[in-house]
Design a protein around this ligand. Structure first.
Ligand code: HEC
Length: 173
């Protein structure tokens, strides 16, 4: 746009409050409101989330493989779907890091995101299986969940001592 055209547009805009901004120098127009709002921040450590919202739904999904614990009722299947959706959602959450000393560093690593996404995909398969009340498919998905847990632990906690929280007692056999 030529200088004279720009000037004449400004002149035309005078009197219309809404258009006055068009006459400001470009630099001023791009001022601070362009800064993106901060994203959501985690309120628990990775250790706490592992024990409470990753391991817990994982154990409850694996539990169906124990003798006498195959799901029988609609309610049993519904609960399994619930655990699968919780686990998949935890996979998203742990990609935001956590409040532990190493958590933000971990979650920024590409291997972390890859393992967390692997866990999401496996948990989604478990959800699909539970929705279809398909036990063999659920058992296959359960194995994929184990692979995802191991893929991350192998890289990030081979010798890393736990952050202080350990497993809740396993579901009764
Ligand atoms: C993306 C990486 C990642 C994935 C996926 C992952 N974990 Fe973890 N997990 C960790 C890290 C790192 C720690 C150590 C955290 C700490 O103590 O600060 C941990 C800690 C734990 C703990 C706490 C006790 C301990 O031994 O330190 C349990 C239990 C656990 N994970 C279970 C699981 C299960 C079950 C799965 C799969 C359903 C899983 N994790 C998937 C990274 C992962």
């Amino acid at each position: 746009m030529t200088v004279s055209l720009k000037l004449s547009l400004c002149v035309l805009a005078i009197g219309s409050i809404g258009l006055l901004g068009a006459c400001k120098p470009a630099q001023e127009a791009a001022a601070p409101e362009a800064v993106a709002p901060a994203g959501p921040t985690p309120v628990f450590s990775i250790n706490e989330m592992m024990v409470m919202i990753v391991d817990q739904p994982g154990e409850l999904l694996w539990h169906v493989e124990k003798a006498g614990h195959a799901p029988k009722t609609d309610e049993d299947w519904y609960q399994l779907e619930n655990h699968a959706v919780s686990l998949a959602s935890a996979g998203t959450l742990i990609q935001l890091g956590g409040t532990g000393p190493t958590d933000m560093e971990w979650s920024a690593r590409p291997e972390w995101k890859a393992s967390a996404n692997q866990m999401i995909t496996a948990a989604q398969a478990a959800r699909t299986a539970a929705k279809a009340k398909d036990l063999p498919a659920l058992i296959t998905a359960n194995g994929q969940i184990v692979d995802a847990c191991e893929s991350c632990h192998k890289v990030f906690k081979p010798d890393f001592p736990t952050g202080g929280l350990f497993l809740h007692p396993q579901p009764a056999t």
